[in-house]
Design a protein around this ligand. Structure first.
Ligand SMILES: Nc1ncnc2c1ncn2[C@@H]1O[C@H](COP(=O)(O)OP(=O)(O)OP(=O)(O)O)[C@@H](O)[C@H]1O
Ligand SMILES: [Mg+2]
Length: 353
């Protein structure tokens, strides 16, 4: 199902929880809504599902305005954050529940419960109660219950957040498989960037009720629309250099000049230059400035150098082969790969280059 969201908004009292969101989700896409706590993710999802009424804007399903259509008539399957399985019912009865409410004939109910259970691979547990399942298995039952009505839209609100790290990784892969097999348009809420980046076709990044950037994971990372997008995605966080840009040269507050970090001809009074750690090179053959190596951090397979550049501190991802402890305390020529350098307006956070 194709979903069009136009200028969607929801206000609680006087405070907007979601504001002016416009986006189109294509049939069969796997979309993540990503953003910090309180940014409006659940409110967005609940408006798509018809659980919360918008105070502005419209939602179209396959071209039909459903803004005022109640939840039970929208053909959506919902998985809530705390699965909310019925503890006294068996797995089979839990999955069957939405069909029983709709008075679907018994034989068909059986067949569809079996199909949904097989899809999420809980077939062997149909007679158990939720308490007799692991967290991951309970999660699958909740997904089966959402899928049993053959919804044209599957909505999931942080469904993996109660699982331990390893199980989360497994369930991500499972969820992708289930989504592809069921061919159902899916919107998945998470505040975990790795989850969003690994699972989604495209991600809606939200902040303070606004849609900041809606793109595939690669574009979100490589081409952030705002400083917020640049800082929210990436680990370690993107380095930030504040200062004035004159014809591509950046002057930091303490007077240190970083030559040609921005394109020639660019002048910005108050800029924040974002630099990803993997695009910083020490011992550069095209140095932009000199910087002091303060420490090396060995994180598994990677090494990060903590570097002081004037009044700024940078983290640089370096190759194990290039560095050793003797570098600590020395000055090195530092360079930047132009692809990983983004210039933002310090005031508005908007991307300039
Ligand atoms: N029923 C409500 N009444 C009043 N304010 C609400 C209500 N529901 C949500 N809000 C407010 O709207 C904003 C967005 O809430 P929402 O639940 O959509 O955030 P979220 O992104 O899902 O956060 P989290 O990651 O913590 O679940 C918050 O500031 C929240 O306090
Ligand atoms: Mg939420």
């Amino acid at each position: 199902m194709r979903i069009e969201i136009r200028e969607l908004g929801r206000t609680f009292g006087s405070a907007p929880a979601v504001e002016g969101v416009s986006a189109t989700i294509e049939d069969g896409e796997f979309i993540c809504i990503l953003g910090p706590s309180g940014c409006g993710k659940t409110t967005m999802l609940n408006m798509l599902g018809g659980i919360i009424a918008p105070t502005a804007g419209t939602i179209l399903f396959d071209g039909v305005d459903v803004t005022k259509v109640p939840a039970e008539k929208r053909g959506v399957g919902f998985v809530f954050q705390n699965y909310a399985l019925y503890p006294h019912l068996t797995v089979a009865k839990n999955i069957e529940f939405p069909l029983a409410i709709e008075r679907v004939p018994r034989a068909e109910r059986r067949r569809r419960v079996r199909e949904a259970a097989d899809l999420v691979q809980v077939g062997p547990y149909l007679d158990r109660r939720p308490a007799e399942l692991s967290g991951g298995q309970q999660q699958r039952v909740a997904i089966a219950r959402a899928l049993v009505k053959n919804p044209s839209l599957l909505l999931l609100d942080e469904p993996l957040s109660n699982l331990d790290a390893r199980l989360r990784l497994e369930m991500r892969v499972e969820l992708q498989r289930i989504q592809r097999e069921a061919k159902v348009t899916t919107v998945f809420v998470t505040h975990d960037q790795d989850e969003a980046m690994s699972i989604s076709d495209r991600t809606m990044l939200m902040n303070r009720g606004r849609l900041v950037h809606f793109a595939d994971p690669q574009e979100l990372y490589d081409d952030p629309a705002e400083l917020f997008a640049a800082t929210f995605l990436g680990n370690p966080p993107i380095n930030q250099l504040r200062g004035r840009i004159d014809d591509g040269d950046l002057t930091l507050a303490d007077g240190t000049i970083v030559q040609g970090i921005a394109p020639a001809g660019l002048t910005v009074d108050a800029a924040i230059v974002g630099v990803r750690s993997e695009t910083v090179t020490l011992a550069s053959t095209a140095p932009r400035a000199r910087a002091r190596v303060e420490d090396l951090q060995y994180v598994g397979r990677d090494v990060y150098a903590d570097v002081r550049l004037g009044d700024a501190r940078l983290s640089a991802l370096v190759s194990r082969r290039e560095v050793d402890r003797s570098l600590v305390g020395t000055e090195v020529p530092i360079g930047f790969d132009a692809d990983g350098v983004h210039v933002f307006d310090a005031e508005s956070g908007r991307r300039i280059r």
